[in-house]
Design a protein around this ligand. Structure first.
Ligand SMILES: NC(=O)c1ccc[n+]([C@@H]2O[C@H](COP(=O)([O-])OP(=O)(O)OC[C@H]3O[C@@H](n4cnc5c(N)ncnc54)[C@H](OP(=O)(O)O)[C@@H]3O)[C@@H](O)[C@H]2O)c1
Length: 309
């Protein structure tokens, strides 16, 4: 494979996309960073383009000559059902027209209720509308790959944490700990969990985009050994110099909050992940690409530093 060719990153202004751009440039690739407003993405060597990726004609033009099209874009969560399908279809069309491999930044919501580690071989058994949508998007991409329309790599991460990340374990955990307040944990803080450090997600996307020789394969981001919410909060509190305090929020409390807060409604649908072990097994990615995970102590230090900055 031509690993040094042109890589196009869609959603390059997002938290994951910006880091993917950086890793690809560091590996010696040429990178075109697409955002809707053409803004800078923190890597001066990247070529910048303003493109609405839902427009297949504009996207095809922007992807001309690319070896890979990294799909790191996502609409605001309240618009997922209306906006994510046409966005993903447009990426399929552009990849099909240009021959670029699609590298899709995915989550694990399609797996639904599980009792053990999540491996890439698990079937999709989503819980709730958003999980069904994610299962359908992955299926749509996989179908295009199986039909020979595109070459595809899917990269799946668990719940993200890291500087500037928005997730169910971001602001209410690390932001609160940083301010010396009780961390709010959704679900059971004593279950095993493998939060994904956002830079590990980006490194995996960049490596897979350069080196995956197969099509249609699902890669899980490598993780450290499982921790728990309580352990993670204790680690963050020790680093911040505060006493660790945890307030657990149950699904019933989230549901009640959902009557007034739309985001809590989405949270109530997703809290099942924290009522079961949430372990993402990325060992196959380590075996094939040699990628390893950032230790939690290091990731937490970076998040707390971003809250101080
Ligand atoms: N957060 C998590 O815990 C988590 C966990 C696992 C997987 N993931 C997945 O990883 C992917 C990236 O997530 P993220 O947290 O990095 O997202 P993010 O920071 O919200 O960035 C998403 C970017 O997509 C862009 N975008 C939306 N619609 C677009 C369009 N039509 N054309 C071009 N760009 C568009 C947005 O641009 P604007 O700035 O113009 O709005 C935004 O910069 C998503 O699929 C997400 O579901 C996230």
């Amino acid at each position: 494979m031509d690993t040094q060719g042109l890589h196009v990153v869609v959603g390059a202004g997002g938290v994951t996309g910006r880091l993917v751009v950086g890793h690809l440039l560091a590996a010696g690739c040429r990178v075109r960073a697409l955002t809707r407003d053409g803004r800078a993405v923190g890597s001066p060597a990247a070529e910048l383009r303003a493109v609405d990726a839902s427009d297949p004609v504009a996207l095809t033009e922007a992807a001309e000559g690319a070896v890979a099209l990294h799909h790191c874009a996502m609409p605001p969560i309240g618009r997922w059902l209306s906006d994510f399908p046409p966005l993903t279809d447009s990426i399929i069309d552009a990849a099909s027209a240009t021959g670029a491999r699609v590298v899709y930044a995915d989550d694990t919501w399609m797996y639904g209720r599980v009792s053990g580690p999540m491996t890439p071989e698990l079937p999709s058994r989503p819980v709730g509308r958003l999980g069904v949508l994610r299962a359908w998007l992955a299926e749509r991409l996989s179908h295009a790959a199986a039909a020979g329309r595109i070459r595809l790599s899917i990269v799946r991460a668990g719940e993200l944490y890291g500087p500037h990340v928005r997730s169910m374990i971001a602001g209410t955990v690390f932001g609160n700990v940083h301010r010396g307040r009780a961390a709010r944990w959704f679900g059971d803080p004593d279950l095993p969990i493998t939060p994904t450090y956002v830079d590990d997600f980006a490194r995996t996307i960049a490596a897979v985009g350069q080196h995956d020789g197969e099509s249609g394969r699902i890669w899980h981001v490598p993780h450290p050994r499982p921790t728990t919410g309580r352990e993670l909060i204790a680690l963050a509190a020790a680093q911040a110099g505060h006493r660790a305090r945890v307030t657990a929020t149950t699904r019933w409390q989230l549901r009640a909050l959902g009557a007034v807060l739309p985001l809590a409604r989405e949270g109530a649908e997703l809290i099942y992940q924290f009522e079961q072990p949430f372990i993402v097994d990325g060992s196959a990615t380590t075996e094939v690409f040699g990628l390893t995970a950032t230790p939690y102590a290091e990731g937490v230090r970076a998040v707390l530093a971003s809250h101080s900055g």
